[in-house]
Design a binder for this molecule. Sequence first.
Ligand code: MSP
Length: 524
Amino acid sequence: MEGLRLQSFVAFYITTPIYYVNDYPHIGHAYTTVVADVLRRYRQLFGEETLFLTGVDEHGQKVQAAAEKRGLPPQQHCDEMSQNFRDIWKELGVEPDRFIRTTDAFHKQGVQAALQQLWDAGEIYASEYEGWYAQADEIFYTEKDLVGGKAPTGAEVVRITEKNYFFRMSKYQERLIRHIQDNPEFIEPDFRRNEVLGFLKQPLNDLCISRPKSRLSWGIEIPFDRDYVTYVWFDALLNYATAVGYAQAEKAGEFEKFWNGNEACVYHLLGKDILTTHAVYWPTMLMALGLQLPRTLFAHGWWLTADNEKMSKSKGTVVRPLDVKNLVGVEPFRYFLLRDIRLGSDAQFSVPLVLTRVNSELANNLGNLLSRSLSLVGKYFDGKVPQPGDDPRTLDLARMAAATGSRVRDAVLSWEPQQALGHIIDLMTAANQYLADRAPWKQAKEDLPAAGETLYAALETLRIAGILLSPVMPQKAAELLKRVGWEKAVAYEDTLNWGGLEPGSPVVSGDPLFPRIELPEAQA
Ligand code: MSP
């Protein structure tokens, strides 16, 4: 209980990266965003105050080029594309508290305030720059970064000489290394922390934070030189702070609460491919601005194709989230995204894998337990929750069920949602086994109270599972709880004690909650 109390003082602020609006949302975007939504719902269930931010990255070369390709002014292009992101989150049951666009006036103003502060403090200087620029990455590389004449990412580079503005990032290298070493929770998982520390063994360059308008006009103007716009990453990273009131006098209290105060607990969830920008650029920017650093940067892995390859647009292997949603339903899809991959590792994505997971754990395991129990309660107990009992075998199941809540909580707090769901499924497996062993369909004919005890226990495990599944599948969980006769609002505390269901409460039968899904002909 101590842990629970401590946690509830924390203002848990979780963010996703802001996505480029050069293209439609794909499974990678959906993944980060659904995970963030689920983690925040769990923290809410555990009694914490939470804030969940997502949004879109609208400036820079990529977006400007995409708008040009469509023959649209960039702002109109962004208005349309950012709406696609909003719409898809709705379809995936994602409910962010805030949705930021980097073209929002308050954000632009915050970026300019940060630039001005750093310029006034001498943390930004002008210099002639010569380097290799990769348009696809929007990153400058030095000679020694190049691999076979190309960027380390494989992107084409061109030689460029121009005046630009630089942030004194190198000055913060030692302090950053110390921070990472002293705060093991700053970069997760562990092996990613080591990667960043490895990267920091080389001397850090200063960061070029401007682009001449002659080359790129779609960006936030540099307040002290109107011929330049801000480098898109410098602009984008600041979204996490501007979204909670950075540099907005009227929101000082909010900024203190969610970012800069003692209770603030900032979690950035992001993909492994954008860890360097988050783990090096962002904290050094914050140090220079005199602001607190986020508590944790968690770098998740990637969904790969069934052949273990990166999804690729040109090969046509990019998965569109709505296709999967339309096949299996939104909440089973969310379940899959959390369950079939270890947060931090890569995993394969394929429609058969989705069906296998959803059919075996939701349709067969959980779904069958529910439908068998409800039909027997209907048949022998007039559709009402029967009386509990205390057979030793029942008490074993009761103990396991009452321990599942804290197991789930521990797994979520240690960033293992996959395991959290595993604990719930283990409970369902145990309950199915219990049901098979006690065979209430036989008990009912010989010893009705014993059958009642068995069915009470089955419904009670389902009740606990329903509450614990609610962050992943809010609507299915609500329906499940209604069916087993639980009318109370969902609360974590109610998972910790066995015996919550009131005997006599009506249960509700209906179509299977998780119908089995077959592979469409074309994909079989
Ligand atoms: N705009 C930047 C982020 C700025 S944050 C201050 C950006 N945008 S993005 O549109 O490219 O989206 C990147 C996010 O999608 C990353 O978190 C990335 O890891 C994720 N994914 C893209 N493809 C992915 C998979 N195939 N699997 C999982 N996530 C992947 O970078």
